[in-house]
Design a protein around this ligand. Structure first.
Ligand SMILES: Nc1nc2c(ncn2[C@@H]2O[C@H](COP(=O)(O)OP(=O)(O)OP(=O)(O)O)[C@@H](O)[C@H]2O)c(=O)[nH]1
Length: 811
């Protein structure tokens, strides 16, 4: 399948114009340049495709960031469930989890589907597990047999290590909250989007920037001078390069040699003399020393110089590509300069790493190369000062071994990319018109080839590798998050499914319980009302029977005292009866309330003692006061006629006991007439006085003897009348049932509230679960789309060849 048949990513095509140098070249006149010209056309086509892909990838990253900012789903850091064994621990495991990192071989254009390195990208079938910050991981016990091992991402890797002390980055990451992880990831994505901008600039830039870097005093400046065959940059055993020196062809400055010292590289404009200071080339060394000594404060030098060598030999003046050689401060010089150097990597196309044959790779050199590996798989390595090495073979072996560890791809192409030279012996003042040593000529040839002919490899490969790495990271992130969103979605759906019957059951139970509360309340109130009425109404009989035993009779002289005592005791006894009704009502209410709470499945008892809701102050006190007044006996009450007649009748009964005949007072009158008729009026008159006197005395004696009982009866009768005719029973029954009803109402309210809270909690939980389910559904779809997009872009990136064309041209 041909490239043109394939659908292109929907992004704008940008065709970079050929470079200043290439435009000036006349391809037909020079076969060498003609070949290079063809290569540049191929290069332009490939860089167009990469530029489109860079933009699309950046668009994808921005979309991820925007969605992350607005959506509730926070990105997890991916991990995989792996048994922890010796075989899977350490770097072997990270490599297996991140195949892209170890395999970046470029595919053939012939058959896209066959060539796609699918094994290099995360697959949908890959199983990711809980990651740091994920809820199921936060309190998970450490399982010795299987652990969610964090995947080592390439570009988006979160490296929390501080120096070399905290070695376990996984452990550090696991300690972070999910939103912190999401925030850190967002920062990494933002950085990557920025990096894509500079990558875009770099790929679309007509020129090639070659960074000469390495340890202090490795011979970087010497190498530049040797390559230029001119002493341009100062060389010294002491540290002498403290700022970036960019060496360019004078043609880029209208053929004028000049040195521009720049304070702010971002505002530099060759046409605007305000943006730089001109330095005399002959005084460059002094100027550099002033910068080192702090007398001058500049960040960069642009050195425009003429390379008088032929275009076929010259690196700078090659007639095809504008080249800039950037000499940099030594890596181990100071941390600020080193950081600047790391940042600078983003703008450069080719890294020429100068290592001293005497020192081999130092820690700062290794760190630089590890960092560079994110996008530069091929590094041009110059092992300088080789002249001072006695055992050259051993030195070569050791250094190549180090390179094998640091940059596998470079090691594979070591023949072209690794050179053991003595740049110091190749300076014009040493050569003095003679021939350059063969190893240095070979270095020049390979560097020219790497920078010019293999431009696809040197300039486009880093961009391609970076795109592959970032797209792999996005795929891993999106797929792991899609799987985790799907897991959480399934979990939340299950919870929703399980929660619904429980919710319905609570609703039904609430109705049932409240209905029962109503019924029980009515039943209890009715029962207590009738019970109270009956007990109070019948209270008098009991009281009458017990009262005489309670009040002492101290004789007739204390009759008023006795009467008072009687009413007080009777009233108190009645009040006690009221209280006992109240107590029984409280007990019954309490029992019923407990039954209600038990019915409501309420584990906790009623919040309040039901009986405390009975009305206060105790109304029985008021009743006592009233009752005592009601029961007060008057003088006439004691000697009431009917009573007296009753008493007289009883007295006469006593009198007539002799004739064994009991008579009423009507019969008494008749008897009197009968007696009168029988004995004659004169006799009656004669006997009447003594008889009446005797009867009166009898009555008085009887009254005196029966006074105690008569008063009790009278007071009891009054009490009975008061109870039966008055409202006291009704009032007390109403008061007690009103209190009972209040207790029921209060508890019904409490139960209703509890049910309400339970139902609201259910509803809240359900709303949260529904939202989580909705978010989960969206996240599954969203991350699925991101994965597909990243996957599609990765296929297009893989299809951009950066090696094959060059071989075709050569053939
Ligand atoms: N023996 C030997 N000495 C060399 C060689 N190349 C450079 N030197 C010496 O090494 C010292 C440092 O050289 P420079 O080119 O200034 O090194 P540099 O890496 O640019 O130094 P800084 O810019 O300060 O980091 C000088 O004294 C050089 O003469 C070489 O091939 N062999």
């Amino acid at each position: 399948m041909d490239d043109s048949d394939r659908p292109q990513p929907a992004v704008q095509h940008i065709l970079p114009s050929l470079s200043y140098a290439a435009a000036a070249a006349v391809p037909q006149e020079n076969p060498f340049n003609h070949n290079l010209f063809l290569q540049q056309q191929i290069f332009a086509d490939k860089s167009n495709r990469l530029l489109n892909l860079i933009q699309s990838t950046k668009g994808l990253l921005e979309e991820i960031r925007e969605t992350n900012a607005s959506k509730p789903w926070q990105t997890y850091y991916p991990s995989v469930q792996m048994p922890v064994t010796a075989a899977t621990s350490g770097s072997a495991m990270s490599a297996s989890l991140n195949p892209l990192r170890r395999s970046t071989s470029f595919q053939s254009d012939e058959d896209l589907s066959a060539s796609l390195p699918l094994q290099q990208r995360p697959q949908r079938s890959h199983t990711f597990t809980s990651a740091p910050g994920s809820p199921q991981n936060s309190h998970a016990p450490a399982d010795a047999s299987s652990v969610g091992r964090l995947i080592e991402l390439n570009v988006l890797k979160l490296d929390l290590k501080v120096g070399n002390y905290a070695k376990d980055n996984d452990a550090l990451l696991r300690g972070l909250e999910r939103n912190t992880i999401a925030h850190l990831l967002d920062g990494r994505i933002q950085q990557s989007a920025k990096h894509l901008d500079s990558l875009y600039q770099r790929v679309s830039d007509k020129s090639s920037k070659v960074l000469i870097t390495g340890d202090l005093n490795a011979g970087k400046s010497t190498l530049v001078n040797a390559l230029m065959q001119r002493t341009i940059l100062p060389v010294d055993q002491q540290p002498c390069t403290s700022l970036f020196c960019e060496v360019l062809d004078a043609q880029e400055n209208e053929g004028q040699e000049a040195v521009h010292a720049i304070k702010d590289p971002l505002t530099y404009n060759r046409q605007d003399t305000n943006t730089f200071t001109v330095v005399d080339m002959r005084h460059l060394e002094k100027f550099m020393n002033d910068v080192i000594d702090g007398y001058e404060d500049y960040a960069q030098l642009k050195v425009y110089c003429t390379d008088r060598r032929l275009v076929n030999d010259s690196l700078l003046h090659n007639g095809v590509v504008d080249i800039a050689l950037i000499d940099s401060p030594g890596l181990n010089r100071d941390s600020v300069k080193t950081t600047a150097l790391f940042a600078r990597q983003q703008e450069i196309d080719v890294v020429v790493f100068v290592v001293s044959a005497e020192n081999h790779f130092t820690l700062s050199g290794k760190e630089f190369l590890w960092n560079a590996a994110n996008e530069k798989t091929h590094i041009f390595i110059v092992v300088n000062r080789f002249d001072s090495i006695r055992d050259k073979e051993r030195c070569k072996r050791v250094i190549l071994d180090q390179i094998k560890q640091l940059s596998a791809k470079t090691y594979e192409d070591a023949d072209e990319l690794v050179h053991f030279v003595a740049a110091g012996s190749c300076l014009p003042e040493i050569i003095q018109g003679g021939d350059l040593p063969a190893d240095f000529l070979r270095l020049e040839e390979c560097l020219r080839s790497f920078v010019l002919e293999k431009r696809c490899k040197s300039k486009l490969a880093p961009a391609k590798v970076y795109l592959e790495n970032i797209l792999s990271d996005v795929s891993i992130l999106s797929e792991s998050n899609r799987q985790m969103a799907a897991d959480e979605l399934a979990k939340v759906r299950l919870e929703l499914e399980r929660g619904e019957p429980e919710y319905q059951e609570t609703l039904v139970r609430r109705e049932m319980v409240l209905e029962k509360v109503d019924r029980l309340s009515e039943e209890t109130c009715t029962l207590i009302d009738s019970m109270t009425r009956e007990k109070l109404t019948n209270a008098v009989d009991d009281i009458e029977n017990t009262v005489s035993a309670l009040v002492p009779w101290n004789g007739l002289l204390h009759v008023w005292q006795y009467s008072n005592d009687l009413r007080y005791v009777m009233a108190d006894l009645f009040v006690d009866r009221v209280k006992s009704c109240e107590t029984e009502a409280k007990e019954r209410t309490k029992g019923a309330v407990n039954d209600i709470h038990a019915m409501a499945d309420d584990a906790s008892p009623a919040s309040q003692d039901a009986t405390t809701l009975f009305s206060k102050p105790d109304p029985s006190r008021i009743t006592t006061g009233k009752l005592k007044d009601e029961l007060a006996l008057s003088f006439t009450d004691v000697f009431e006629v009917q009573d007296k007649l009753g008493v007289a009748s009883v007295s006469l009964g006593a009198v007539t006991m002799f004739s064994s005949k009991a008579l009423g007072y009507k019969s008494l009158i008749h008897s009197v007439f009968d007696i009168t008729n029988t004995v004659g009026v004169s006799n009656v008159r004669k006997w009447a006085v003594p008889i009446v006197t005797a009867a009166g005395l009898g009555i008085l004696v009887y009254i005196a003897a029966d006074m105690k009982h008569a008063l009790a009866r009278k007071t009891a009768r009054k009490l009975r009348g008061h109870i039966r005719e008055g409202t006291v029973v009704h009032d007390e029954a109403m008061r007690i049932t009103r209190d009972v009803r209040r207790v029921f109402k209060s508890n019904a309210w409490e139960i209703q509230n509890r049910f309400q809270r339970e139902i609201e909690a259910h509803e809240r939980r359900r709303a949260e679960q529904e939202k989580a389910a909705k978010d989960g559904e969206q996240a599954v779809v969203y991350f699925g789309k991101v994965f597909d997009k990243a996957d599609e872009l990765a296929r297009w990136v893989a299809a951009v060849e950066v090696e094959v064309e060059e071989r075709k041209v050569k053939a």
